[in-house]
Design a protein around this ligand. Structure first.
Ligand SMILES: [Cu+2]
Length: 155
């Protein structure tokens, strides 16, 4: 009787370990794959996370959440790196608040959110571009200058 109880206990342990191992891969919160989540980093001029990954050509559903209680933010993924992001940011500032700080022609923009109020969120759908690295920025005036940017790596 003593032995069979031990066997049952061992079996429970093994099953438990297996379940933990099976769940471990998806529980780190790192944004990757078809479903991505990114937010503003509290009251900081920053995104969290600052890096995302996707596979070329896959349909991506990205949830952008403004976690600030005071600041407006947007999420603009540009078709290039920091030089392109700076140009898009300048065009966004010129476009003004009524345009959500996104230029009407959306030149060099893969996808962009609206200018979100504190606490608001928006789901963006887009097709991941060709393999490479792409910068995302907040085009609200001075936010990129404050460090509000990140990198999407497409594999
Ligand atoms: Cu911002």
């Amino acid at each position: 009787m003593k032995i069979s109880v031990r066997k049952i206990a061992l079996g429970v342990l093994l099953v438990g370990a297996f379940v933990l191992a099976a769940c471990g891969g998806a529980s780190d919160g790192a944004a990757s794959g078809g479903g991505l989540t990114v937010g503003s980093d509290g009251e900081n001029l920053a995104y969290a996370p600052v890096s995302l990954t996707a596979k070329a050509g896959e349909k991506v559903s990205l949830v952008f959440k403004n976690n600030s209680t005071a600041l407006q933010h947007n999420f603009v993924l540009v078709n290039g790196g920091e030089d392109v992001a700076n140009a898009v940011n300048d065009a966004g500032s010129e476009a003004g608040e009524a345009a959500g700080y996104v230029p009407a022609d959306k030149a060099n923009i893969i996808v962009s959110s609206a200018l979100l109020a504190p606490g608001a969120s928006e789901t963006l759908e887009f097709t991941a571009p060709a393999a490479g690295t792409y910068t995302y920025v907040c085009t609200y005036p001075a936010h990129l200058g404050g460090g509000m940017k990140g990198t999407l790596t497409v594999n």
